[in-house]
Design a protein around this ligand. Sequence first.
Ligand SMILES: [Zn+2]
Length: 438
Amino acid sequence: MKRTCVATVLMAAFVLAASAATIPAKRRMVVVISLDGFPAYTLQDPKLPVPTLRRLAERGSSAKRMSPINPTVTWPNHTAMVTGVRSPENGLLFNGTLTRTGGWPPVKIEPWIDKEQMVDATTVYDVASRQGLTTAEVDWVAIHNARTINWHFPEQASPDGALEREMIEHGALTRSDVENFDKDNIVWRDEIWAKAATYLIREHKPNLLLVHFLTLDSTQHRYGPKTLASEAAMAFLDARVKEILDAIKTSGLEDRTTVFIVSDHGFKAFHKQIRPSIALASFDHDAYVVPEGGSAMIYLNKKNTAELVAKIRQTLQGVEGIERIATREDFPSLGLPDPQKDPQMADVVLFAKSGYTFSRPTASGGAVVVPAAQQGGSHGYLASDPDMDAIFIAAGYGIRPGVRLEQIPNLDVAPTLAALLGVNLPNVEGRSLRQILQ
Ligand SMILES: [Zn+2]
């Protein structure tokens, strides 16, 4: 009798300890907050006014730098963070899908294509959803109409969207807040997106919530990084993160929630613009340039591509501000797709040096390289450039406190999210960051 009693007590204690240590996946929440364009180098400044990010980093784990993939553009890198694979496998090279028009211009980029057509790889929210977990997104990208997302608060919110309607009915939003939403200023939109994130946490407690804020990216494009404007934008975003953390706390979810703070790429200031289409004017309709800030994609007439590539190289060699002219044989080492296999891929990719950005001329003629009207900022430079490195902080349930990693690839984010959600994301290049997991 006595023996049974001791066994029962021991067993009860074991069950209690186990439940405290491992909360079932369905009762957990993982929140990923992406602060678009937040450069790793800015967090090295102890006077940067981001107290919430610093507290999170102290409470949890962080990396000094998180490397993006090529091209260092928003949608490819957000997709890398939820799939664990690079552009050739995840299907994203632009902020949208590039399609061939059969006319002139020969290509166009379409952002509002359904996720099932746009993203080629399995995402962490796909596998989470298939395992019966709930998923939500607020202004995440390359996720339009994703069927594996339970609640969408999209970039182009409108009073007729399902979640927007629900929030209006609950008094969490007014119709006018989201009427003509895509024309509203980005700071306002970030505030609404933060409201949507806090509403989702309070009312739906999704197992996985993806949130994306844009103020800092817009600010750095216009005024450049390392400016008063960019520091104010970072302080503003820090307050949005705090709003979300407060919602987790007041909803009583803090002990079962993991929070990730990430960014997609860094930023570089520029003072000069390179206009490759002016240099290539004599090629007429045989070459078409798609400038992407620190890089430019060149699409060639498919009939005589090899010959054109040689001529393009000759023409652009020595143009001021061009760091690298990459062609098909360079693409595997840059993690870019083969243009003979992927119709989205360009035949030539140019990368700019520091201080320069690629742009499209507003009128024909003029110099190839011109001073910028005002200093601005760009991304799209080589992913190996430390200025393109992004931020990574993780804290809360399942995360070891006090781990400081040096440099991680952003491909590790998706498998780490999968590990925390207890799901399996197969065939990915990235690896789960076991060093930070408890
Ligand atoms: Zn971005």
